[in-house]
Design a protein around this ligand. Structure first.
Ligand SMILES: Cc1cc2nc3c(=O)[nH]c(=O)nc-3n(C[C@H](O)[C@H](O)[C@H](O)COP(=O)(O)OP(=O)(O)OC[C@H]3O[C@@H](n4cnc5c(N)ncnc54)[C@H](O)[C@@H]3O)c2cc1C
Length: 450
């Protein structure tokens, strides 16, 4: 490893996207990451014929910039889009699974919400906008606009299933700024969505097809290609330990290496950035340490198709907190994308824990598996022991955008403003989805190459 123009700490979605833009523009860039493989949490592994996603399972096609980059990597043809059935999502209510409605008629019929709850949802445009400008948590915002059932049986399961978060602690302005804008500018979420639809269609970064997709060989596939293109500029198995100022450059010290760079991009999780940047600013480190991460356990279950009574005709099922389960959601991987399970078998990727059950960190994997199987068995009509089972626990999986998040990020940026050649990025800033992370990395790369 040698001194370079730009050193990127972290080869996850953000770091690799940024590095690939810089490398393509001929900039002297290097990446260090302690993992043995590129992609950060995006790791895909085939075990006994099942394709296990250790991190994300899919993402939404939300950006033309990302589409263009995937095409440059030559991975467009490897993308697989979810079938039409993926639009169907189930929710657990009163001990049974009900399909969430996808039309007005189905909304009126669905048992997912009571008659009273539906009336309250429909009254959303009539609810006056909030005048106070103080920070509000997601639960209060949704309860105010959509009612208690809207919170319990629409927003809560979505937030638990996707963010592993707690709506009572999430800051609405940090996690869902668009919803705040709809209320502020249009007085209603529904009216805001309708009125801004045309503007969103005119967004030059909006792709024609805003669908859910993954890759034939799993979500890590484009990360492998980006890593191969970087070649010797990517140093896996190398952990950075601290960043210090050295004249006009930044010196990065790690396990067995020291080098200087004109610019450094820190694309690690927040809790790692805290330790790396502490020599530059104890203040920034203190704020970075305050960003919490929720634990997630993934329970991979493979069954012979005949062992599952449920048609598995959808994306999967989400479990609201009110239903009191350890499971947050069940993703029907083999319904969504081809090649996820051996012929005649199906793969269920189940999530448990989150902010709702932080004790998951201390439970034995066998206990987690047992609890999840027990909870799923009556719902999916599972018969007999799974043909395949594996559990993975990530103690700090997903950043929690808790109350005070925006102020925290501003304080971190202020504390590091003395180092304009240090660029902080990662999934704890403005969006956790793969699509957001790739886009953030690409745009930072464009800016640094500019
Ligand atoms: C279980 C799970 C399921 C998810 N599901 C979805 C989904 O279905 N759809 C979706 O869109 N999003 C999903 N996400 C979110 C999304 O995958 C992540 O937000 C995104 O991939 C994070 O990318 P990143 O580059 O910011 O961070 P990371 O992937 O965490 O990368 C950071 C990198 O920094 C490296 N690093 C750590 N310490 C050091 C050090 N000292 N020196 C140098 N490097 C270091 C790490 O090894 C890592 O490679 C999921 C996330 C998880 C965890």
């Amino acid at each position: 490893m040698t001194d370079c123009d730009c050193l990127i700490l972290g080869g996850g979605a953000v770091g690799l996207a940024c590095a690939s833009v810089l490398a393509a523009r001929g900039i002297d860039v290097q990446v260090v990451d302690p993992r043995p493989a590129a992609g950060g949490v995006m790791q895909s592994e085939r075990v006994d014929g099942y394709l296990l996603e250790r991190g994300p399972n899919s993402t939404l096609n939300t950006s033309l910039r990302v589409e263009r980059w995937l095409a440059e990597l030559g991975t467009t043809a490897a993308r697989c889009f979810g079938p039409a059935a993926a639009a169907r999502r189930y929710i657990l209510r009163a001990g049974g699974l009900c399909a969430l409605p996808t039309s007005a008629a189905a909304f009126l019929r669905t048992p997912a919400w009571s008659f009273r709850g539906k009336l309250r949802l429909m009254a959303e445009p009539l609810i006056p906008r909030r005048r106070a400008t103080t920070e509000e948590c997601l639960a209060d915002f949704v309860r105010r606009r959509l009612g208690q059932e809207g919170l319990d049986y629409a927003l809560d399961p979505f937030v638990s299933g996707v963010y592993a978060g707690d709506p009572a602690r999430i800051a609405i302005d940090a996690a869902f700024p668009m919803m705040v804008g709809f209320e502020r500018d249009h007085g209603s979420l529904v009216i805001g969505m309708i009125r801004t639809a045309r503007a969103r269609r005119a967004d030059p970064d909006r792709p024609a097809n805003r669908a859910l997709y993954a890759f034939q060989e799993g979500m890590q596939q484009p990360m492998h290609v980006a890593a191969a293109r970087l070649g010797e500029r990517l140093h896996l198995g190398q952990r950075a330990e601290r960043v210090v100022a050295e004249g006009a450059r930044l010196r990065v010290e790690g396990e067995g290496f020291t080098l200087t760079a004109r610019r450094v991009v820190c694309a690690t999780p927040a809790y790692v950035a805290a330790e790396l940047l502490a020599p530059l600013s104890a203040e920034a480190a203190r704020w970075l340490r305050e960003i919490e991460h929720n634990p997630v356990a993934q329970v991979y279950l493979g069954y012979r198709r005949a062992q599952v009574g449920h048609p598995l005709d959808g994306f999967g099922a989400l479990f609201p907190s009110k239903e009191g389960k350890l499971t947050l959601g069940s993703l029907w991987s083999s319904t969504l994308f081809p090649g996820r399970a051996p012929a005649g078998h199906c793969l269920l990727t189940n999530f448990a824990g989150g902010a709702r059950h932080p004790e998951i960190r201390d439970l034995a994997p066998a206990t987690i598996q047992e609890r999840v199987v027990e909870e799923l068995t009556p719902l999916l009509d599972l018969r007999g022991a799974p043909a395949f089972a594996q559990v993975q626990v990530l103690p700090r999986a997903i950043p929690h955008y808790t109350l005070g998040h925006t102020a925290r990020i501003q304080a971190i940026e202020r504390a590091l403003s003395a180092y304009p050649t240090l660029h902080l990025t990662g999934n704890y800033l403005l969006g956790i989805s793969v699509s957001d992370c790739w886009k953030r990395g690409l745009l930072l790369g464009d800016r640094l190459a500019g």
